[in-house]
Ligand binder design. Structure first.
Ligand code: GLU
Length: 468
């Protein structure tokens, strides 16, 4: 297998957004392919026709694009490959590794009921499985058959899992699973085998909820004479409460984090560490990850989601991010609040001034909104700060600012106007700066006040100081 080209895939079902767990497996599969100069395939497993939607497909593709997990092939849609699955089914029936089963749902219920009554594990009892000398039941007229895989009845299925190590399951533990439904749509376990075979997938990384499916899949690969991929099953991601990460326990989709102002490089960095490590490295670029990621050091035990750590990672990338890029992200955030702002040099300068104190672009937009929409400081704070001693100074400052030549409307020019006002009114900086901030920004704490004021439009400043 080592001489084979490395080909990995991610195979989401379009029944919802791209889940964080799937995004992590996509990242591992992608990084593995990139590390070894192989190829990465995107497959859409849309055979759950009732629950699959185009909207989910669009969201999944958009999230993959946003994360930058580019694929070399795909998206391949399983529902466009039905003819291929049917051909393989026919091949298997002819070879005796699959057979039709005409059990009605009622018959299956009765079978399980009887097994439960006898205290046995419920399983298909093989009544339609052909065997030499065995008489099969008469074919009912009103039942559409399914096709079942004739799972080997003895022996053991074993594989050396890339994450979990050696795993073995005895064949007598598993029954003959349905591979084709009465409506001709294949089941997951069968379609996945045909696809991984046809797409020459060499390594399968996926969530460990699929460990129980793997023995069937290995048996089918063998029945088809297809080369086996290597399997790596990553443990679930737990929520902060120690339960499986689920929608009910907070955001689980990549889209939600995108909307909440996280950067894709932060998500990749955080997801990479959630189940994989490279020494003590916490902050690394995707290029570094690709250079390091060879499938080793994947964690066997479940990782726990840590929102505070993700926020910390994101804050790091916000600080590093290019200001023009932040400006367009903030402009989009503001637009979603109905505030239309150009992502221009001024907005970029604002991002530069505030990004050190923000963990997300939403927080950045929270800060920068004051430059574009009216603000209201808490009334009690304003009353305490806007004293009669300060009012004349604010009025004086307003006049100085109104008189500043256009070219002097910058940090230095405004610092000069502040200094002159303080001297004239015998005040200390905080006595003037705090009420000034409250009036302009609606809050008492900001970065350096001269820099903050310089980014305002002069008319806005003059009008906010008018009522001082
Ligand atoms: N469609 C399956 C899922 O979303 C894919 C599992 C696999 O990778 O084999 O869980």
């Amino acid at each position: 297998m080592n001489s084979k080209k490395i080909r990995t895939r991610i195979a989401p079902s379009p029944t919802g957004f791209l889940h964080l767990g799937t995004a992590r497996t996509a990242l591992y599969s992608w990084a593995y392919a990139r590390h070894f100069g192989g190829e990465f395939v995107l497959r859409i497993e849309d055979t759950d026709v009732a629950r699959s939607t185009q909207d989910s497909v669009d969201q999944i593709l958009a999230s993959m694009h946003w994360l930058g997990l580019d694929y070399d092939e795909g998206p391949v849609y399983q529902m466009q490959r039905l003819a291929r699955y049917h051909a393989v089914v026919e091949q298997m029936i002819a070879a005796g590794t699959a057979y039709r089963c005409w059990c009605s749902p009622e018959e299956l219920d009765a079978m399980r009921e009887a097994q439960r009554a006898r205290g046995e594990k419920t399983r298909y009892d093989g009544r339609w499985r052909p065997a030499p000398g065995k008489a099969l039941p008469p074919i009912p007229v009103d039942v559409k058959p399914v096709v079942r895989f004739a799972n080997p009845t003895d022996g053991v299925v074993s594989w050396n899992d890339l994450v979990k190590g050696p795993i073995s399951i005895a064949n007598h533990e598993i029954d003959d699973l349905i591979i084709l439904r009465p409506d001709g749509v294949p089941t997951y376990n069968f379609a996945v085998v045909v696809d991984d075979w046809d797409m020459a997938i060499s390594h399968v990384f996926r969530g460990d909820e699929h460990i129980n499916n793997t023995p069937w899949q290995i048996n089918m690969f063998n029945a088809l004479g297809a080369p086996l991929p290597a399997f790596g099953h990553c443990p679930v991601i737990l929520g902060e409460d120690g339960q499986k990460l689920s929608k009910r326990r907070g955001a689980v989709s990549v889209t939600a984090y995108q909307e909440a102002g996280y950067l894709p490089e932060a998500m990749l960095n955080y997801l990479a560490r959630l189940g994989w490590s490279h020494g003590d490295e916490e902050l690394f670029s995707i290029e570094q990850m690709v250079a390091w990621f060879d499938g080793s050091h994947l964690s066997k035990s479940p990782a726990q989601w840590d929102a505070a750590k993700l926020t910390w990672v994101n804050a790091h990338y916000i600080k590093q991010a290019d200001d023009a890029r932040l400006a367009s992200l903030v402009a989009a955030q503001l637009a979603s609040r109905g505030v239309e702002v150009a992502a221009d040099l001024r907005l970029a300068a604002m991002c530069a001034l505030y990004k050190d104190r923000c963990s997300t672009t939403v927080e950045l937009a929270d800060w920068l909104a004051m430059y574009f929409v009216p603000v209201a400081a808490p009334a009690d704070e304003l009353a305490a700060q806007l004293t009669d001693a300060v009012r004349p100074a604010l009025a004086g400052l307003r006049t100085r600012l109104a008189d500043l030549p256009e070219a002097a409307w910058d940090k230095a020019g405004i610092a000069q106007a502040l200094k002159a006002t303080l001297a004239e009114h015998q005040l200390k900086m905080p006595q003037l700066a705090i009420p000034l901030r409250l009036l302009l920004c609606g809050r008492a704490q900001t970065p350096s006040v001269d820099a903050v004021v310089a980014l305002f439009d002069r008319d806005t400043v003059l009008s906010r100081l008018q009522h001082a």
